[in-house]
Design a protein. Structure first.
Ligand SMILES: Nc1ncnc2c1ncn2[C@@H]1O[C@H](COP(=O)(O)OP(=O)(O)O)[C@@H](O)[C@H]1O
Ligand SMILES: [Mg+2]
Length: 335
């Protein structure tokens, strides 16, 4: 079975500094597959700078991996034929944090909805196109009569974000990559937007990669969870057991601070790691870890599979077998 999306040892390193000599590892080798036969909502959780957006951009083909590959139906996303690219653009949709950037201020919002209908020939007639657009708006809790005909600045951020979800929905994608889709909208709308994503998943079998710094919403909406810490996977598995009894000290720290982190500011400013060592030696979390042991400073922990449906990259679980390469998706699919 060919995965819809597959990362094979994909990594991303950015160069920076005046001479381009400073390197930031934004994502350590990651292998992950999204299987169209088993739709899932997978949350990717981690603090600011942990590599979440880099992962989203890699999957969407917006940036090239430094090493490894990103595949769509078995084909490198950077070497698709034009027919494959059309297929990819339709079936892998993105919803980003700040929807305002996606809108052209000079066009009525109808434009962002009608363009994909036309481009992907989703409707036979104009009336059919309008009906589909209206249905998609209603599916995300918007009244077509209040939305159509308006300009982006005449709508609220929450309405604009819901229009983006409606747009993704119109295309009947197989996967939606949602990068912090609710972090710019107020709390009352969050539940509505996450609810529509959940409904789309359940009724249409769409897989969703839900990227967030907010563990509480991840728990509400996702089946499985991938916890990233400084470009590496700290813990992964079915959301329920991971949140109820986290195995990795970093996840434990996150869970312990849920009430505090529900206000984003604390979370975002908390210990933003600027000294991103290039050295591969040791666990990346060791310097903050209350349970660090001498070996944590000299060796990098594998992802140890503590149960069928979960794994943690921590030497506290070194008596469990290391998860074989490429098996991360198995652990995530067992939700
Ligand atoms: N275009 C870029 N150029 C240089 N560094 C980048 C770029 N994009 C991301 N980074 C760095 O990569 C790391 C991961 O960033 P990102 O994926 O945006 O994290 P997150 O979405 O989890 O906040 C950060 O240290 C960030 O500064
Ligand atoms: Mg981000």
């Amino acid at each position: 079975m060919t995965a819809l999306i597959e990362l094979r040892g994909a990594t991303k390193t950015f160069s920076g500094g005046v001479l381009g000599r400073e390197r930031t590892i934004a994502l350590e080798p990651l292998s992950l597959a999204i299987d169209p036969e088993r739709p899932r909502i997978i949350a990717v959780v981690g603090e600011s700078g942990s590599g979440k957006t880099t992962l989203a951009r890699l999957i969407l083909g917006l940036i090239e991996p430094t090493e490894g590959q990103v595949l769509f139906k078995g084909h490198n996303v950077h070497a698709l034929t034009s027919a494959q690219r059309g297929d990819f653009r339709q079936h892998v949709q993105a919803v980003f944090q700040d929807p305002y950037e996606v809108y052209n201020p000079f066009y009525r919002v109808d434009h962002v909805l009608m363009t994909p209908v036309r481009k992907f020939r989703l409707a036979k007639t104009r009336a059919d196109a309008h009906r589909q657009v209206a249905d998609a708006l209603r599916a995300v809790g918007l009244q077509p009569g209040e939305i159509l005909g308006r300009y982006p600045h005449q709508l609220s951020g929450g309405q604009r974000q819901r229009i983006m979800v409606a747009r993704a929905l119109l295309l009947r994608p197989r996967v939606i990559i949602a990068d912090e889709p609710v972090s710019m909208v107020d709390a009352s709308l969050r539940a509505t937007i996450l609810g529509s994503l959940r409904t789309m998943h359940e009724e249409l079998g769409i897989s969703i990669l839900y990227i967030t710094h907010d563990l509480a919403t991840a728990y509400q909406v996702a089946d499985s969870i991938l916890v990233l810490y400084r470009a590496t996977v700290a813990e992964a598995g079915a959301v329920e057991p991971v949140v109820k009894s986290p195995r990795h000290p970093y996840t434990q720290l996150l869970i312990g601070s849920i009430p505090r982190v529900s206000t984003e500011r604390n979370w975002a400013t908390e210990e933003r790691q600027e000294d991103r060592r290039i050295s591969a030696e040791g666990c990346r979390f060791a310097e903050r870890c209350p349970k660090a042991m001498p070996r944590c400073l000299s060796a990098t922990p594998a992802l140890f599979q503590t149960e069928d449906n979960r794994a943690a990259a921590c030497f506290l679980h070194a008596d469990a077998a290391a998860l074989p390469a490429g098996q991360l998706s198995k652990v995530l699919a067992l939700a």
